[in-house]
Design a binder for this molecule. Structure first.
Ligand code: ADP
Ligand code: MG
Length: 687
């Protein structure tokens, strides 16, 4: 921020190496970062409240005379003092105290106290108030509301206040430029807004502040959202300035593809395919996001796009987030493209030695027209002869920067088109700030004949009934999934949990063929299990969340999810999407561990009450916040400093308008604005 943008926190008074380290743990490196460390709430220490006027739950400053102070031996030994002013009396209670403290509270002493009032058995009390003896004459009260900062890394409130008020003084001296154009309804510039929020005047509307809806907060949130929006637009226009191969439509090839299907494409699939066909025929790289609920048929849309590129003489790379999904795509595309004589190559992380070498050569020579794989496609030694189109499936698993890193991979010099597919619908709110670099198509129709999945919440104490339910469904020729979840990211722990569950279930259900699927198995083993389940040779598949994306077995009509409270809504919706793919009525049982937190209960109820991915995504955003929803919390990519979604959703129209206006009238402001709000983050996200 001009003068203070590059000033390290170590330049502030009282900040030694130890504190620098603690601040770094909070993501605070520069003085400017401190300014965006905004208070969570405020205390009002600007006036004294008469004791008669305080009430339960209130934070208040009171003044009075100590009338009595005694050590009381009740259930807990405590020091109890009575404080009286002209209006009334209140009890001060200390559970930890020293002898000196008892002396300080001698009867007759005048005190000023600050604390939270609560109702005790004998009227109103304050536990452990902060207090100070009032000796000679007046002592000034605070002039502004007292900020309470998010505490972290063992930095106390007093220290935060010292740091932030120093930062504020630097800000006011440096007075950075206001980079937004006038035309928004908030009467604050950047400096005034930050000043207000670190030290609001006594009459500030605390209810508005709590909700993040104070005009000063809205002003900052607006600027931050504009900065994020613009940073993606900049990425986009940089990308779009490159040349891309013109991939014309090939209706005859498409007819052959459709002829290989056992179904007709839906109207929504046809519409989205037409949008993509038009994009691919332009000499600029397509950047298109296809959103479609679980089971809406995105794979076919991808296949049609791939075919258009291949028929035009280019290569296509399809990247999936897990080996299981990539393998499934390999099977599907081999099927669909069988009559078209298209050569496929496979590139997974575990492919080694001669087979990997052969795949790399087929890719480099251009012999392989369609390359399907996982992250392994990103590796440096993967070079394409004529890469025309990159398809990224299940985008929510990849970061923004990853989606751009395949773009330099074509030897031909032109940039490939990009198609990104996500089954986690992105709330409109988020897509504007998280995906503003992409055009968006929505498949808003499911193939005909799908049965909605009925979802029920079942307490884990009723596990035996659930097992009986599995037996019953399987005895009637249906198949079931049993999903084990663990909080630990470790594949090993997840695998062993699933192994134990599979063993236990096989013991209780000796008549059933039980299979096991987890991330630690060898690809061949996974493939064999999936094939057996698909063929109906296994009745029950016990799995980790590896089956979350893509697995497609229409005869499976029952899913049990253990400990669903550990997962996000969107992920649960994904999992549930594995059933309800055939003609049979399908069920999903959420086998939860009680007691549920209130947030946990709300999440599971949202899932029970709706099968609409968009509704669920909005709910997820509301209950968990954008970082979690996009799965980018670790990279910090979607961690806003001030803006909160969905609370600031109403700003988004203004965001779009002002961002466009900046582009027209003050393009020079764009880069500094992006730097101001995403600078540190970009550095740490490695973008
Ligand atoms: P997702 O959008 O979740 O990736 P898929 O592409 O895996 O969905 O499709 C789910 C299932 O629906 C697959 O078995 C696929 O073959 C089938 N399918 C796709 N499109 C249609 C359609 N138009 N009519 C009937 N079934 C379809
Ligand atoms: Mg899919």
């Amino acid at each position: 921020m001009n003068g203070i943008a590059d000033m390290p926190v170590s330049e502030l008074r009282g900040v030694g190496p130890k504190l620098v380290g603690k601040l770094a743990d909070c993501g605070i490196f520069r003085v400017e970062d401190l300014l965006f460390h905004l208070p969570l709430r405020y205390q009002d220490r600007t006036h004294v409240t008469p004791i008669a006027a305080v009430s339960d739950g209130l934070d208040a400053v009171i003044e009075g005379e100590v009338r009595a102070a005694d050590i009381v031996f009740g259930r807990r030994r405590s020091l109890v003092a009575r404080l009286q002013d002209g209006s009334g009396t209140i009890t001060l209670r200390f559970f930890h105290f020293s002898g000196a403290q008892k002396n300080n509270l001698r009867p007759g002493t005048r005190l000023r106290c600050f604390g939270q009032v609560r109702r005790g058995s004998h009227g109103l009390e304050m536990y452990h108030p902060q207090y100070r003896a009032l000796r000679d004459g007046e002592q000034p009260l605070e002039e502004a509301l007292t900020p309470v900062y998010p505490t972290a890394a063992g930095i106390g409130q007093y220290q935060w206040r010292q740091l932030c008020s120093q930062a504020l003084r630097h800000l006011q001296r440096a007075a950075p430029a206001d980079l937004l154009l006038p035309g928004h309804p908030y009467p604050y510039d950047l400096v005034a807004a930050l000043g207000y929020l670190h030290a609001p005047p006594p009459d500030a509307d605390q209810a508005l502040l709590r909700e993040g809806q104070h005009p000063a907060q809205q002003r900052l949130a607006l600027e931050e959202l504009i900065a994020h929006h613009l940073s993606l637009r900049v990425l986009r226009s940089r990308h779009r300035a490159n040349p891309a191969p013109v991939l014309g439509a090939h209706p005859e090839a498409q007819r052959q593809l459709f002829a290989a299907l056992a179904f007709e494409p839906t109207g929504a699939q046809r519409r989205v395919m037409a949008e993509i066909t038009a994009d691919l025929a332009r000499p600029r790289p397509m950047l298109r996001l296809v959103q479609g609920d679980v089971g809406s048929g995105k794979t076919l849309v991808a296949a049609a796009a791939a075919l258009q590129a291949i028929a035009s003489g280019y290569q296509v790379a399809i990247m999936a987030p897990t080996e299981i999904l990539a393998e499934q795509h390999l099977r599907t595309f081999s099927d669909w493209f069988a009559a078209l004589r298209i050569e496929l190559a496979w590139l997974g992380g575990r492919l080694k030695g001669a087979r990997r070498q052969a795949a790399l050569e087929a890719i480099a020579s251009g012999a392989a027209a369609l390359v399907i794989g996982t992250h392994a496609l990103f590796q440096d030694d993967v070079a394409f002869a004529r890469l025309g189109l990159v398809i990224v499936d299940e985008q929510h698993r990849f970061g923004v920067h990853q989606r751009l890193s395949l773009t330099g991979k074509s030897a031909s010099g032109s940039h490939p088109h990009q198609l990104v597919m996500t089954a986690t619908p992105i709330p409109r709110t988020l897509s504007m700030v998280a995906y503003a670099d992409l055009d968006c198509s929505i498949i808003d129709e499911l193939p005909p004949g799908r049965q909605p999945v009925t979802t029920a919440l079942v307490d884990s104490s009723r596990r035996a009934e659930v097992v009986a339910r599995v037996a019953h469904a399987c005895s009637r020729g249906r198949q079931a999934y049993w999903v084990c979840t663990l909080i630990e990211e470790s594949d090993a722990l997840q695998a062993s949990a699933a192994e134990n569950t599979a063993r236990a279930l096989q013991q209780s259900l000796p008549q059933l063929a039980v299979g096991l699927l987890h991330g630690r198995q060898k690809p061949a083993e996974k493939e064999a299990v999936m094939a057996a389940f698909k063929a109906g040779e296994l009745a029950l598949l016990v799995a980790t969340t590896v089956i979350e994306v893509g697995v497609d077995v229409p005869n499976a009509s029952l899913m049990i999810i253990e400990n669903p409270e550990r997962l996000g809504l969107a992920q649960l919706h994904q999992l549930r999407g594995r059933v309800g793919r055939g003609g049979a009525a399908s069920h999903c049982l959420l086998l939860y561990q009680s007691p549920l937190t209130s947030n946990g209960r709300q999440r599971l109820q949202a899932l029970r009450s709706s099968t609409d991915g968009f509704y669920i995504a909005e709910k997820d955003l509301e209950l968990r916040g954008p970082g979690e929803v996009l799965g980018t919390r670790q990279t910090g990519l979607m961690e806003f400093r001030v803006a909160r979604l969905p609370q600031h959703e109403h700003l988004l129209d203004t965001v779009q308008m002002l961002a466009a206006e900046l582009g027209n009238r003050a393009p020079a402001n764009i880069e500094p604005l992006i730097q101001r709000w995403t600078g540190t983050r970009r550095h740490f996200a490695g973008v």
